[in-house]
Design a protein around this ligand. Structure first.
Ligand SMILES: *Cc1c(COP(=O)(O)O)cnc(C)c1O
Length: 373
């Protein structure tokens, strides 16, 4: 999906995603790339293709629909749908498109049972267990009933068992990570005791880089694949030093003109020039997923230099301060994310001004049209 009719381009360097994949593989063995939400805005089929070429054999998307879309793009490797089936057509699609879905509730297993009766191929599935996130998942106490249900379904086979960590990126919350790991180990022992062998994964990016004791059969890598460190700004920041961001976002300058001392700019007149200035009007606004929350806070990168956003971000425009810069003209490129040299905007910079995390920056700016280099 992309936002039509604007001047913004998200430039994706697939080689950096490949680089990050190898960094994570070296740290933890088998990597299961998480490419949900259009690969965090980097492009579902493009990222799947680039990492398939590197030998990745199993990928995780969000909805079953996203898995079906990936299949339709020609993807031949194993696909896991983390959110699991929600509507009836998604259950049928598991067999038809060859999708391994996460199952997290008895309601889902009952519906699966109704579907599997009419099939003659065995469907591999994944079970999601809750060990502390408290969103979705079976618990340790559910194992006997889950095992009984699975054994009664002749066309279903347990393939993966997973759980998700709530605090793996927080150096101060190691105890909670350990508790989740122990709970997961207990669940796995109980499954084996009920005759359900399986492959297991619990590690996300933060656990791949920072919790080697939680490396299991494979690890689910998301944000670090796209080059942002889950430990940025913490005492464990060094763990992400080898990652390279893969997304840069550029747009065009629409106008360059003076702003005289005492004049204000944009809605609400929130910025007033204290001296004579030169401003550039930039074709980026909140309709392009460049948040209004960045008003008066963010910077952009123009010709290798940092330029601050002045006043309010509008729907399709905003203003930056280019005072003292020669040769800035309408039609010039300016970077909302990335850019050249010292003035480069990192995903963490932008997330900081935005009051969010790099995940959201990528997902939102990745809604713009993309170009692959
Ligand atoms: C998104 C997601 C991941 C990836 O997490 P990162 O922090 O981006 O590495 C892993 N597992 C599940 C279940 C997820 O939903």
């Amino acid at each position: 999906m992309s936002i039509p009719y604007n001047k913004i381009t998200a430039v994706i360097e697939l080689a950096n995603i490949v680089h990050n994949y190898h960094v994570l593989q070296a740290a933890s063995g088998a990597i299961l790339p998480v490419i949900k939400a259009d690969a965090y805005g980097h492009g579902l089929s493009q990222v799947a293709q680039a990492l398939s070429a590197e030998g990745a054999d199993t990928f995780a998307v969000g909805t079953v629909e996203e898995a079906v879309a990936l299949r339709a793009s020609g993807h031949a490797r194993r696909v896991i749908a983390l959110l699991g089936p929600v509507e009836d057509h998604e259950y049928a699609a598991l067999w038809n498109a060859g999708v391994v879905a996460f199952f997290h509730s008895f309601d889902q297993l009952d519906r699966l049972d109704a579907f599997q009766k009419d099939r003659d191929e065995v469907l591999p599935i994944a079970l999601k267990f809750d060990t502390g996130m408290r969103r979705l998942g079976f618990t340790l106490a559910d194992v006997p009933a889950v095992a009984a249900k699975l054994k009664a379904m002749k066309n279903v086979r347990l393939e993966y068992v997973s759980s998700h960590l709530a605090t793996a990126d927080e150096p101060g919350a190691l105890a909670y990570v350990r508790e989740q790991g122990e709970e997961f180990a207990a669940i796995r022992r109980e499954l084996l005791a009920h005759g359900l062998p399986h492959k297991a994964n619990i590690a996300n990016s933060a656990a791949i880089l920072g919790h080697p004791d939680l490396h299991l059969d494979n690890q689910r890598a998301g944000i670090a694949l796209y080059g942002a460190s889950p430990f940025y700004g913490t005492s464990r920041e060094e763990l992400g030093r080898d990652l390279k961001p893969a997304m840069s976002v550029k747009t065009k300058i629409l106008s360059v003109h003076p702003l005289k001392a005492g004049q204000t700019i944009s809605y609400g007149c929130t910025f007033k020039a204290g001296q004579d200035m030169q401003v550039a009007i930039v074709a980026a606004g909140y309709a392009d997923a460049y948040s209004r929350g960045l008003s008066g806070k963010a910077q952009m990168c123009l010709k290798g230099r940092r330029v601050p956003v002045l006043g309010r971000v509008c729907m399709q425009m905003c203003a930056v301060d280019v005072t003292g810069m020669d040769g800035v003209r309408p039609g010039d490129e300016i970077w909302l994310l990335g850019g050249e040299g010292e003035g480069r905007i990192t995903p963490e910079d932008l997330a900081g001004w935005w009051g969010t995390i790099t995940y959201e920056v990528f997902c939102l700016l990745g809604l713009n049209k993309r170009e692959y280099v």
